[in-house]
Design a protein around this ligand. Structure first.
Ligand code: GDP
Ligand code: GDP
Length: 437
């Protein structure tokens, strides 16, 4: 189990995105008076009393058509109730109760998941009364809040945290490789999972009553068990096309967060698109092992250079993540699908690899002496004296140096490339930190 996921639902303009921004303390999500603005960041991390959960905003998934938006929101609530660990239903206290609000409330009341009714835009105590209108919804977990200035959010968060389940140590002791297969709809994820397992997973998971707990598949591979994370969520029917993306995102991020190594699948004919870049960024941010699998390779007319050309095109788009291995596969003909699993195992090993301090220093300090970091603005020499690797789950390198705050980004990238050149770490994002000796 991973950090719990909380989803914000509600009509447009009630303040979902404002709430999202305040809770995640980011301003990356666009707040706009016009409904239907597509946002880049729809998920974020929230920390409260030292505990963490993930927050997802549905606000970016509003269809253009007026006729569809009510259906879209109903469907979002359904998806949220299935996928999330808690649902935050935001209403606009200033504009009052609407029929759609009533419907959503009815849906939530039937659920066994924790949910909250947040009556927003109650910016000061004198506006507290705007919540009375909403008492008729019969929901107990009602808070009047202000997403804009934070009023009452502390009380609400205390309550929410008390109702969420956080990961325990037991889950952390399972050492089997957890692999997620991620990619846009139709790239071939289900086909790959089915090819690996030797049966159609969707038939199994369509059995009524299949629960969230059984959504991972176990791949037996030469006596070893590999967990294919969240394979049940590969498909879901949605009426509104925007919700295909919403659903896919919830599922995608959950699977990514819950895995050690992520396989990002691309369609050979489409290449890297914006959504793929977001996945790559998230995999790097979470320090997951990353492999890029170009699928549907059977459809490509090939000569001797074709694979290289495709790889170069992908690397050109993912720039700094050039350490992620690329492999061309076909889920249909099963070409190289086991090579892909071998690669995932290797990346997982690399992720856990430890280089001894003496080896690190022997190799790197000589290189650093030959190409030292630039001096400080006042002409002081910046000296890296000592390097050590820490971290159990992914590599963290600590560089001890004087005046380290003057070490420029490009030099840090140089150091990272140096480590990779000498020690590998293929497919593994790494952390470089700098400390005063
Ligand atoms: P969304 O469409 O539900 O994501 O709504 P937004 O977060 O984009 O907010 C819609 C409008 O309501 C914006 O103009 C916000 O500034 C405003 N708004 C959001 N929260 C509050 C609040 O707590 N108080 C007041 N007065 N305005 C708010
Ligand atoms: P998902 O939405 O990512 O799970 O994609 P699916 O596995 O459902 O595949 C979408 C479509 O692409 C289906 O019609 C598959 O048969 C087809 N497909 C999947 N993998 C391959 C492949 O390697 N080659 C070809 N030619 N078609 C594929």
């Amino acid at each position: 189990m991973n950090e719990p996921i909380v989803v914000i639902v509600g009509r447009p303009n009630v303040g979902k995105s404002t709430l999202f921004n305040r809770l995640t303390k980011s301003s990356a999500s666009i707040v706009d008076d016009s409904a239907g603005v597509t946002r880049d960041r729809i998920y974020g991390d929230v920390e409260w009393n030292g505990k963490h959960f993930r927050l997802i905003d549905t606000g970016g998934y509003v269809p253009d058509s007026e006729d569809l938006f009510e259906t879209a929101i109903r469907e979002q609530v359904e998806i949220a109730l299935e996928e999330a660990d808690a649902v935050l239903f935001v209403v606009d206290g200033k504009s009052g109760l609407t029929p759609l609000d009533r419907e959503i409330a009815n849906m939530l009341r039937k659920s066994t998941k924790p949910y909250y009714l947040l009556v927003n835009k109650a910016d000061n105590p004198s506006l507290e009364s705007i919540k009375y209108d909403f008492y008729s919804l019969g929901m107990e977990n009602l808070f009047d809040i202000s997403a804009l200035n934070g009023r009452n959010l502390g009380d609400f968060l205390d309550d929410l945290e008390a109702h969420l389940k956080f990961p325990d140590e037991k889950n952390l002791s399972d050492t089997r490789l957890r692999l997620s297969i991620i990619g846009k709809p139709n790239v071939g994820k289900s086909s790959l999972v089915n090819a690996l397992l030797g049966y159609d997973r969707s038939i199994v998971t369509n059995i009524p009553g299949t629960t969230r707990d059984s959504i991972d598949s176990v791949l037996k591979y030469y006596g070893e068990e590999i967990i294919l994370v969240d394979t049940a969520g590969l498909r879901r029917k949605t009426k509104v096309k925007e919700n295909i993306e919403f659903f896919a995102n919830v599922r995608t991020y959950r699977a990514l967060w819950d895995s050690d190594v992520t396989i990002l699948m691309l369609d050979a004919e489409l290449g890297v698109e914006k959504q793929d870049q977001r996945i790559i960024q998230e995999a790097v941010r979470r320090r997951k092992g990353l492999i890029i699998a170009i699928n549907k390779w059977d459809l490509i007319e090939k000569d001797t250079n074709t694979a290289k050309k495709y790889e170069d095109a992908v690397y050109a788009k993912i720039k700094t993540v050039d350490y992620a291995p690329i492999i061309t596969i076909s889920a249909l003909t099963k070409q190289r699908i086991y090579k892909l699993i071998d690669l995932a195992k290797k990346v997982n090993e690399e992720r856990k690899k430890k280089i001894t301090t003496s080896k690190l220093n022997d190799v790197l300090l000589v290189e650093i002496q030959n190409s030292p970091p630039p001096a400080t603005p006042t002409g002081k020499e910046v000296k890296i004296k000592y390097i050590t690797q820490v971290g159990d789950h992914y590599p963290i390198f600590i560089f001890f140096a004087n005046e380290h705050k003057y070490i420029p980004e490009h030099y840090k990238r140089f150091l990272e490339r140096l480590i990779r050149r000498h020690f590998g770490f293929e497919g593994v994002p790494m952390t470089l930190t700098f400390k005063e000796k």
